[in-house]
Ligand binder design. Structure first.
Ligand code: ATP
Ligand code: MG
Length: 438
């Protein structure tokens, strides 16, 4: 534990010691990097606040209802007193209806989700307090509900998302009874705010064991609630001449092969295949249909607009130059139009290829990126704004209004293909010549 935390802990009375709790204790025991430290003890909000001030730290009060205090020193910590949460029966909403503070650490442990998240570390002594067998479960790499799993997962539907988020980041298995409860309670995810689901989904997608987690979501029925469109692809067959897997498994494999930055695009890239097969009897329109579905899904899950736009473009464009035979001048235009996503698109195309068959031609997947690098080396402009001449230059030759834009576009096309260098003199000469012809 760091020095400022020890100084803070020294302010707490010996019979009500300060503990670090939850993810930070779990991750430290696993030898993983610790991001943020949550604190707790039997002391109430106001007491914790005064101890923090005495220790020379800054505080801001969080929720009065939950008793939280944000304590700031060199790092920032979230303090919550031991408490018991009660939830309205059978609703599954994330927010507890009633909160009661308690002196009993055992009660606090039982309001948490999984035993590996109910581990405490006494900040002063460094002792680990394990009331529910969390250390044993860490060893066995198991995610087990802190109490009757039907109660734990039935109280707060978000815990099902958290379960598979930890499957993804830690690679642990859901313990059998806990998994069974996740299956029984997955409809409760309907009661969870979409932005909360999005936050968990994003964290899940970043995990090293993301494939295992996605298969878990499908198996317990949560996928059907949060992303029913994915389930339209279950068991949908693909041409065995190219594909090793049905669409659903191919999508999951693509996500596994993709770097974190493009995993959501990977999850959505073929989402339209099942629907296309149903409606058209083939998959020709799947990128276009998939892009439309991706937009609906991401809007529903309240993703930021810019992220929706970028991801939808990746889905729409993931089949670009599939066979590696697109004419170079056309591909140059494509690159100029999409320079901002060429790297992401390449990563998606590579992941897609790897998830299709074992001997994917990665070299072919790199064609777009390679041509982009070549264009950059040639000094080719990627937009009209990067041309060595501007609208004023064009106007000097007697063009006005819309004509100026049209002429600039023509010049841009000439430089893009390498036919003309992006050089002021060369472009003025083109204008000169063009003028003589007009
Ligand atoms: P990380 O910080 O790596 O995202 P974490 O386990 O620390 O993971 P937090 O959201 O920081 O998760 O929550 C801290 C602790 O609070 C958890 O370890 C868990 O004990 C408890 N907790 C958080 N969310 C819930 C929940 N929905 N239901 C029950 N307990 C929860
Ligand atoms: Mg945490």
């Amino acid at each position: 534990m760091n020095e400022e935390l020890k100084a803070l802990a020294a302010q707490f009375p010996p019979d009500k010691p300060l503990y670090a709790v939850g993810g930070c204790v779990r991750d430290e025991l696993l030898g993983r990097e610790v991001y943020d430290i949550d604190l707790t003890s039997a002391c109430l909000q106001e007491q914790a606040e005064s101890f923090a001030l005495k220790a020379g730290m800054r505080v801001s009060l969080g929720s009065k209802r939950l008793g939280t205090v944000i304590i700031k020193g060199k790092s920032s910590y979230e303090y919550t007193p031991f408490r018991v949460d009660s939830y309205p029966a059978g609703s599954g909403v994330h927010k507890p209806a009633q909160v009661r503070f308690t002196q009993d650490i055992q009660e606090d442990a039982r309001r948490r989700d999984f035993t590996v998240n109910a581990l405490y570390r006494n900040v002063s002594t460094g002792e680990t307090v394990d009331l529910l067998g969390g250390v044993e479960d860490l060893k066995n790499r198991l995610l087990r509900a802190v109490d009757d799993p039907m109660r734990v997962l039935g109280e707060d539907g978000l815990r099902i998302m958290r379960l598979y988020r930890f499957v993804s980041t830690l690679g642990f298995d859901a313990e059998e009874e806990t998994e069974r409860a996740a299956c029984a309670k997955s409809p409760l995810l309907n009661d969870i705010a979409p932005e909360r689901i999005r936050v968990e989904l994003d964290k899940l997608l970043e995990g090293e064991h993301v494939g295992k987690a996605l298969r878990g979501l499908v198996k317990c029925g949560a996928m059907q609630v949060i992303l029913p469109e994915f389930c339209e692809n279950t068991g949908v067959k693909q041409n065995p001449a190219y594909h090793r897997y049905d669409v659903d498994e191919h999508i999951i494999k693509t996500v596994e092969f993709a770097p974190a930055r493009v995993r959501l695009a990977a999850l959505l890239h073929d989402i339209g295949k099942g629907r296309c097969v149903k409606e058209d009897g083939n998959m020709y329109r799947h990128a276009e249909v998939g892009a439309q579905m991706a937009e609906e899904i991401m809007t529903r899950l309240r993703y930021p607009k810019a992220e929706i736009k970028r991801t939808v473009r990746l889905v729409a464009l993931h089949m670009t130059d599939m066979r590696g035979d697109m004419r170079e001048c056309k591909l140059r235009r494509f690159i100029a139009d999409n320079a901002d996503i060429v790297d992401d698109l390449t990563d998606l195309i590579i992941a897609d290829a790897k998830a299709t068959c074992d001997n994917a031609d990665i070299d072919k997947c790199l064609r777009i990126k390679r041509l982009r690098d070549k264009m950059a080396q040639e000094g080719v402009p990627f937009s009209v704004g990067e041309l060595a001449v501007n609208g004023r230059d064009v106007a000097e030759f007697g063009y006005s209004g819309e004509q100026v834009g049209r002429v600039l576009k023509e010049l841009f096309a000439l430089t893009l293909t390498g036919e003309k260098k992006n050089d002021r003199k060369a472009l003025l000469a083109v204008l000169e010549k063009r003028n003589n012809h007009d």
